[in-house]
Design a protein around this ligand. Structure first.
Ligand code: WA2
Length: 280
């Protein structure tokens, strides 16, 4: 190939990749905004009304009917803050007990201090059991989201910051690869400059969106022309070793282009890598 042809090809790849990255980012952003709106809905109709105007059936129905607003999510769930002192009464009211997400033998990730901890565990200070979920994720109701490493980190970061936060891609309870986005519900409206400590104190619940990256990114890319000719990989590049969020390990052409992605959580980094399927 002539030099000029190579440049042309690189330019074509860059524009196709940037277009895909922009589309994905926009849909991610739209989905995140609607999760925030859903958190406000729960605040208004569950916490600010006595008795609550939302139950599991109402939540599931509303979430299902507005699912088109969150194009990259396959479900939503809502967990409430329960202190250890409140646990018994909460469980009696719900008619079920709070469950741990993973058995202690197979934990998603060891936490600090685990090696030193004895056989008998201290009861947790607080819990975040799921009380509402879209039907596809009904199986997470009653599970304590503070008992899973990724979910816990997300909740702690979300409530201290007041912003929407994301996990790295990880294997969900349904065994699929996913990313969870969390928004906090507070007891009262907080000023934008509220201190983390004040936010933590005022937190009462956590609205989570489940991003099914594999299935939904695939659907999105299939809507684009020329998808047969281009190979797309999406990575979480927050840590030194990138985690694949989408795409195959196919080799493809040597020429590649990297488009940056912004999913709205400044503490996580993502990128899209594109290659032509065929060598020239
Ligand atoms: N939702 C569904 N499946 C999961 C999961 C989860 N988290 N974690 C592991 N598998 C209620 O951030 C609050 C949802 C967590 C929200």
């Amino acid at each position: 190939m002539s030099n000029q042809a190579v440049v042309k090809r690189q330019e074509a790849l860059a524009s196709m990749c940037d277009e895909r990255a922009r589309m994905l980012q926009d849909q991610f952003n739209v989905s995140m905004n609607h999760l925030q709106a859903l958190a406000i809905l729960v605040s208004t109709f569950h916490h600010s009304k006595n008795p609550s105007a939302i139950d599991q059936t109402t939540f599931a129905k509303y979430a299902e009917r507005t699912a088109f607003e969150r194009p990259l999510t396959s479900g939503v769930a809502y967990a409430v803050k329960v202190t250890h002192a409140e646990r018994e009464q909460f469980e009696r009211q719900q008619g079920w007990s709070i469950k741990k997400m993973y058995s202690s033998k197979k934990k998603s990730s060891p936490g600090p201090g685990d090696a030193a901890s004895s056989e008998i565990r201290e009861p947790a200070e607080e819990y975040a059991p799921v009380i509402f979920a879209q039907d596809a994720y009904k199986h997470v109701v009653s599970f304590d989201m503070l008992s899973g490493y990724e979910d816990r980190e997300n909740i702690l970061r979300a409530r201290a910051s007041g912003k929407g936060v994301l996990t790295a891609p990880f294997k969900l309870l349904n065994n699929r690869l996913g990313v969870i986005s969390t928004y906090t519900v507070y007891k009262y409206e907080l000023p934008p400059n509220a201190r983390p400590q004040e936010r933590i104190q005022a937190a009462i619940g956590y609205l989570g969106g489940i991003f099914d990256i594999e299935a939904l990114v695939d659907k999105l890319l299939h809507q684009l022309a020329g998808k047969q000719s281009i190979m797309v990989n999406v990575y979480d590049t927050t840590n030194d070793s990138p985690i694949s969020m989408y795409g195959s390990n196919d080799t493809g052409d040597v020429m590649y282009h990297v488009s940056t992605l912004n999913f709205g959580d400044p503490s996580r980094k993502h990128e899209m890598q594109c290659r032509f399927m065929q060598r020239p």
